[in-house]
Design a protein around this ligand. Structure first.
Ligand SMILES: [Zn+2]
Length: 113
């Protein structure tokens, strides 16, 4: 399950930050997740609830910020919205697209206690 390893890497990043910055607990974890990253948010929340137990992030709440997909269309020479990878350009219908946003997967902010 992709979401489980993702939850573990999020927890790893939190633990690392806790060691580096010396905080003892986390209240909120703000995650930035691109719509094109193919992450099931419910599955991720569930997985995080499992892996966080007993650690520094025990009791932390996930606050997920979704980043919409966007791509550079070579025909239109501009950035267009993209709802799924492999979709055609909504303006010209072309497929010469280079994803420019929506693949994010990162911890944006930690609210610590
Ligand atoms: Zn286009």
């Amino acid at each position: 399950m992709h979401e489980m390893s993702l939850a573990e890497s999020v927890l790893g990043a939190i633990e690392e930050a806790a060691r580096a910055q010396g905080f003892g607990g986390v209240k909120t974890v703000r995650l930035e997740i691109g719509r094109l990253a193919a992450v099931e948010l419910d599955a991720l929340r569930f997985a995080f609830d499992v892996v966080k137990r007993g650690g520094v992030a025990d009791g932390a709440r996930l606050d997920i910020v979704e980043v919409p997909g966007a791509a550079w269309c070579m025909r239109c020479c501009e950035v267009v919205p993209l709802s799924a990878r492999g979709d055609a350009c909504p303006r010209c219908g072309g497929f010469q697209m280079q994803v420019s946003a929506g693949e994010e997967l990162r911890v944006k902010e930690l609210e610590v206690v």
